[in-house]
Design a protein around this ligand. Structure first.
Ligand SMILES: Cc1cc2nc3c(=O)[nH]c(=O)nc-3n(C[C@H](O)[C@H](O)[C@H](O)COP(=O)(O)O)c2cc1C
Length: 220
């Protein structure tokens, strides 16, 4: 089963989100047979949604020219990678209260009308099959309900935008106050690590249920 591991921090070994994301992936791979596909948005940033992409994306599929189709190739390959995955792990820093620009570019390329969601009178409907997603979000300052915590536009935004394309099973791990000294980092990382087992158990149960459901018709 393919696991798509997406990382967005521009930092490498110093990145807290990458560290916890890797621990999450290792934990999932330790108990389930998963092949990991890497999508490193800092190493290989997706292109910005430019005029050619926008025109091709908004053009009805049956009217698209070969040029339109070429302009959608990167988007199509990112969507195919997403569609092929059974589990998604995304680790991301908070940049100015929300996702970094590279992660936003990825979102703009995969959240597409009449491809990954459809507009209806009742609102947008996701077109992808649901699958478990883990989001690890890291921020330098505090996040939470009490002042001086800042407003978190990252996790609610990712939850909303993934639900738009049909991915509603989102578990989140928040790492915060990472620029508040080593004790704060230690506290935040320990709290994050304590969540990994519970999330891994949830995903394992879901994958087992899916495997059983997929086998059932053949056994009837
Ligand atoms: C451009 C930029 C914007 C940032 N904006 C915020 C922010 O709005 N809130 C916050 O708490 N931290 C902010 N930070 C700090 C990072 O979220 C923090 O350093 C985090 O640990 C980065 O994740 P990483 O350790 O995985 O690289 C920002 C950092 C950068 C470089």
């Amino acid at each position: 089963m393919p696991l798509l591991h997406i990382s967005a921090s521009p930092r490498d070994t110093l990145s807290h989100s990458r560290k916890i994301g890797q621990l999450m992936v290792n934990r999932l791979c330790a108990e389930t047979t998963l092949e990991v596909t890497r999508r490193d948005l800092a190493l290989t940033p997706p292109p910005w949604p430019d005029a050619r992409f926008t025109e091709a994306s908004l053009c009805p599929a049956e009217q698209r020219t070969d040029q339109h189709r070429r302009n959608l190739e990167v988007s199509e390959s990112l969507i195919a990678e997403l569609e092929a995955s059974d589990v998604l792990v995304i680790d991301s820093p908070m940049h100015n209260f929300t996702v970094p620009a590279t992660f936003k570019a990825w979102i703009d390329l995969v959240v597409r009308p009449n491809r990954t969601f459809r507009g209806t009178p009742a609102g947008k409907v996701g077109l992808l099959a649901d699958r478990p997603v883990v989001l690890i979000a890291a921020s330098g300052g505090p996040v939470g309900d009490r002042p001086p915590a800042q407003t978190d536009f990252l996790t609610p935004y990712v939850r909303y935008v993934l639900a738009t394309i049909g991915l509603t099973d989102l578990s989140t791990i928040r790492l915060d106050s990472l620029l508040r000294g080593p004790e704060a980092v230690d506290r935040s990382e320990k709290a994050a690590m304590a969540q990994i087992d519970g999330i891994a158990a949830h995903i394992r149960d879901r994958l087992v249920r899916q495997a059983v459901a997929a086998k059932a018709p053949a056994e009837l």
